[in-house]
Design a binder for this molecule. Sequence first.
Ligand code: HEM
Length: 66
Amino acid sequence: MGMQLRGGLGPALTSNALKDKSADSLISTILHGRPGTPMPPWEKFLSGSEASWITDNPQKGFPDAY
Ligand code: HEM
């Protein structure tokens, strides 16, 4: 477990899992959560540009081991 992005309570956040999803929908999921699922909103802790940075890296193929 730990910060391996492979999912557990939530889905995997690896490059392969995210590469075909739209950046806007991922950013919106991070900021607002997904009501009815365990995914909480993070907008009190992250700005839009931080959420964008978080989605950008796996979408560009980083980290590439998974
Ligand atoms: C207590 C911590 C967390 C839990 C329990 C959690 C749980 C979940 C769950 C259950 C989903 C799937 C929602 C659905 O069924 O539609 C989800 C999706 C997602 N989570 Fe989290 N999450 C957590 C933290 C985070 C953090 C810190 C980030 C990034 C900043 C993040 C980013 C995402 C993204 C991008 C998705 C959408 C993935 C996709 O569409 O394939 N989550 N999370």
